[in-house]
Design a binder for this molecule. Structure first.
Ligand code: NDP
Length: 275
């Protein structure tokens, strides 16, 4: 991995950037537009939004006002929990596309595995995929048992599983399962929202490379072939998070960061969602 323009090939042949920008909690209006403009200037091409984030309109405006050709961008959005089910998902997709102002979407994800619903939701994603309205379909917050259930019922297999993942929650078993099934893993909260950037192990590794702890964590994701989507509304951090292609962690350093894992979730457990 040499540049932010590098791509990873999904099992259906579609190529996706190796790192992206997450926009949860980026405010609709000038904040989302300015954030995306800065990000595009620093080379980000993957934008991760969701109907739940209520900023799809702004994402769409920022894309239209940029000079980057549509085919160079990779836009992800997600169907929210209350929008699941076959007909509801088809409607939610149309609404998201209307807000985004796009003719096609790059990646559509099932946001959470809502019990008793996600298989019907998936059928709707398969239809949208077959119609060419979305280039790739995937899931988010699926545990191994959710994936096993989906894989035994689906026609199209998910290309991606986007889950909470950072050094304190390394998700090794899930990552292995995904690798065996050609499902790429994308990390949400890849920096754990900055909660453990003062961890001494990260400190000494970052000093050695002249990088920040956040950059070391992002590099750890990349070297594990995990796609991180860090969020920031701060220009200097957008730049910092993109500058992770000019150094390499050794096997020893990777192992030290692997050793920080505590299976510690900060977000919701997908088996116990009540939203
Ligand atoms: P992140 O781990 O990306 O952390 C974001 C926070 O860290 C912000 O407060 C940001 O501050 C701060 N930050 C960013 N860069 C740095 C840095 N270099 N140094 C110090 N602090 C930094 O967490 P998110 O939860 O936002 O996850 C990223 C994306 O993942 C989301 O935006 C969303 O797209 C997706 N996501 C998906 C979920 C799902 O269920 N599928 C759930 C949650 C997130 P500031 O902005 O003030 O600069």
């Amino acid at each position: 991995m040499k540049s932010i323009f590098d791509k990873v090939k999904l099992h259906n042949g579609v190529e996706m950037p190796v790192l992206g920008l997450g926009v949860y909690k980026v405010e609709e209006g000038t904040q989302i537009e300015e954030t995306i403009h800065s990000a595009l200037d620093y080379g980000y091409r993957l934008i991760d939004t969701a109907s739940f984030y209520q900023n799809e309109d702004g994402v769409g405006r920022a894309i239209r006002n940029s000079s980057i050709p549509r085919e160079e961008l990779f836009i992800t959005t997600k169907v929210w929990n209350s929008e699941q089910g076959y007909d509801n998902t088809l409607r939610a997709f149309d609404e998201s596309m209307e807000r985004l102002g796009l003719e096609y979407l790059d990646l559509y994800l099932v946001h959470w595995p809502v019990k008793g619903m996600y298989l019907q939701t998936w059928r709707a994603l398969e239809k949208l995929y077959k119609e060419g309205r979305v280039k790739a379909i995937g899931v988010s917050n699926f545990k191994i048992h959710h994936l096993q259930d989906l894989l035994s019922h689906c026609v199209e297999r998910p290309v991606i599983n986007q889950v909470e993942l950072h050094p304190l929650l390394a998700q090794t078993e899930l990552r292995n399962f995904c690798r065996q099934n050609e499902i790429k893993v994308e990390a949400w909260s890849p920096l754990s929202r900055g909660r453990f950037l003062d961890e001494p192990v990260l400190g000494s590794i970052s000093d050695r490379h002249g990088k920040t702890p956040a950059q070391v964590i992002l590099r750890w994701h990349l070297q594990h072939e995990i796609i991180p989507i860090p969020k920031s509304v701060t220009t200097s951090r957008l730049k910092e998070n993109a500058e992770v292609f000019d150094f390499k962690l050794s096997q020893q350093e990777m192992a030290e960061i692997d050793g920080l894992n505590k299976d510690q979730r900060f977000g919701a457990d997908p088996d116990h969602i009540d939203f």
